[in-house]
Design a protein around this ligand. Structure first.
Ligand SMILES: Cc1cc2nc3c(=O)[nH]c(=O)nc-3n(C[C@H](O)[C@H](O)[C@H](O)COP(=O)(O)OP(=O)(O)OC[C@H]3O[C@@H](n4cnc5c(N)ncnc54)[C@H](O)[C@@H]3O)c2cc1C
Length: 492
């Protein structure tokens, strides 16, 4: 959208706004000054400044706009702002900061931490523009865009973004928690290749962050999620790739143990052009599941190779020697990567937890197999082990808050909870499983894989290296001393 149009619309809205709300929206005076000059700020200031973009409980679209992809957590915010521009975000933050309400930011609700009860929920989903600069090989991504929006803009130009296993995930939430992409061993974390960020901080100021502008805050937002404010856009490098060689090899339960052992050994031999993950998927015994998978365990290895097909085939030879029952590895256009990973597309309640593994020797591989392999009695769901290393292991030239780079594998458990009464038992099962594999884990985690159970300070701090955590706390104290942005995996 033309910035002049945005400014014009904002002025139109503000013409009909009472003194207090207009002053807050424009940032013309301090919050205390407004409170004194125009009486106490009121929630109605939001409606007056932002009109139809504000929803209160009882408004027609309130329930629709508070919904999240992960239905495990239900938000009951005091108000929702459906932001359409960076200015809307600034206006909302200024008014709500004066009210002292906590603030939550949501694009899709895939990575929910806490319910936004009694808070302002800034729903970013309409702020989803993407522009690609094909010459520079970069994209500017607005704060509510999904990876699918970025793929749609970049793929026709022969460029690939560092998306993850589903294009339905929000690009900003993912990037600001690291971002383990399907090209990650060649590219690094998504956060590693960000050139600039536009952030609305809790004082309602829109700031431009880059290696040269506010470098401390630039470091912190690439890892610290919404703890420092709402990201309204970021600029990121794309990879000059229109196709990759990708797909899945699946194996029957009978050979799962042998194949898993072979997979772990294989990861030590492959080039950084190869990114892969292995998963044990237990399908429920229900009629919606195709008969060949119903009630069964399947071991799947998903691979993405960004180099020449001959090199990929050579690297895949040891896995293919394990006699997969299916092998879908083929040239895949970037726009069709969702077909490789087949992530969930419909909202539902997903219980998840995670850990990091530094390395897996023969004993570790056996222990992991005992815990999650064919003989383990686990509920329907998936246990995913992603290979890290490669560029994931290198801190980027302009460092960020993503650490734990010595881990070679990321472990992730996800169980759908078909009914609310299954949530607690599944959480218990995952806790027991984590305890069982505890000796293999580093104790660290990746911010993106923190679940709804991981909201305590101890759990959130495990997403960072200890020295980085201390630095994040210092920056948080100076940027958000009242911890307004606390409806998240909170740095406090
Ligand atoms: C099915 C599935 C597949 C996934 N695959 C991968 C994967 O391959 N690789 C990977 O790294 N992660 C993956 N994730 C994790 C995912 O990256 C995180 O959950 C991420 O936070 C989701 O962001 P979102 O915007 O979609 O979710 P939301 O729930 O909308 O946001 C989650 C959090 O991100 C922050 N956030 C979102 N938008 C903004 C913004 N504009 N400004 C500031 N903060 C913001 C907020 O703290 C918010 O609480 C996956 C998750 C799911 C459910």
């Amino acid at each position: 959208m033309d910035p002049n149009d945005v400014e014009m619309r904002r002025r139109t809205v503000l013409r009909s706004v009472p003194m207090g709300a207009a002053a807050l929206a424009l940032g013309a005076v301090t919050h205390e000054g407004v409170a004194a000059a125009a009486g106490r700020p009121s929630p109605e200031d939001l409606r007056e400044a932002l009109g139809h973009k504000v929803l209160f409980p009882g408004d027609k679209r309130y329930d629709e706009e508070r919904a999240a992809f992960n239905t495990l957590v239900q938000h009951h915010p005091k108000a929702i702002v459906l932001a359409e521009s960076s200015q809307d975000v600034e206006t909302a933050v200024r008014i709500v900061a004066a009210l002292g309400w906590p603030i939550a930011v949501q694009a899709t609700g895939h990575g929910i931490g806490l319910p936004a009860d009694g808070a302002l929920l800034i729903n970013m989903r309409k702020l989803n523009g993407v522009s690609v600069d094909p010459r520079a090989g970069t994209a500017r991504v607005q704060g509510g865009a999904k990876w699918g929006d970025v793929v749609a803009a970049a793929a026709p130009l022969g460029l690939a973004p560092p998306a993850g296993t589903t294009s339905h995930v929000g690009a900003t939430g993912y990037m600001s928690g690291g971002g383990v992409s399907f090209i990650g061993r060649a590219y690094g974390y998504a956060a590693d290749r960000v050139r600039a960020v536009e952030l609305v901080t809790p004082d309602g100021r829109r700031r431009h962050l880059s290696p040269h502008d506010e470098p401390g805050l630039f470091w912190a937002v690439r890892g610290g999620k919404s703890n420092f404010g709402a990201i309204t856009s970021f600029d990121i490098d794309l990879l000059p790739k229109s196709h990759v060689y990708a797909g899945e090899l699946t194996f029957p339960v009978e050979s799962a143990a042998e194949v898993f052992t072979a997979y772990v050994a294989w990861t030590a031999t492959v080039s950084d052009e190869m990114t892969s993950l292995v998963s044990f998927t237990r399908y429920p015994d229900t009629p919606e599941v195709p008969p060949q998978q119903r009630g069964k365990l399947v071991l799947g290895i998903k691979v993405v190779h960004i180099g020449a097909r001959a090199d990929a085939d050579r690297e895949l030879r040891p896995l293919r020697a394990q006699r997969p029952i299916t092998d879908s590895v083929a040239e895949v256009p970037i726009a069709r990567m969702d077909t490789v990973f087949q992530g969930p597309t419909e909202p539902g309640a997903i219980v998840s937890s995670s850990g990091l593994i530094r390395r897996l020797d023969a004993r570790g591989t056996e222990a992991l197999l005992r815990a999650v392999g064919p003989d383990a009695e686990l509920s329907p769901g998936s246990v995913e082990i992603r290979q890290l290393g490669g560029r994931f292991a290198h801190r980027p030239a302009t460092p960020n808050a993503i650490g734990h780079r010595d881990a070679l594998f990321a472990l992730f458990f996800a169980n759908p909870a078909p009914t609310p009464d299954r949530v607690e038992p599944l959480e218990r099962e995952q806790r027991a499983l984590l305890a069982r594999v505890g000796p293999l884990l580093t104790g660290g985690r990746l911010p993106n894989f923190l679940g709804t159970e991981d909201t305590t300070p101890a759990a959130v701090s495990s997403g960072y290296e200890p020295a980085d955590w201390e630095r994040l706390l210092r920056i948080k104290r100076s940027v958000d001393p009242r911890n307004l942005f606390r409806i998240n995996h909170n740095i406090r």
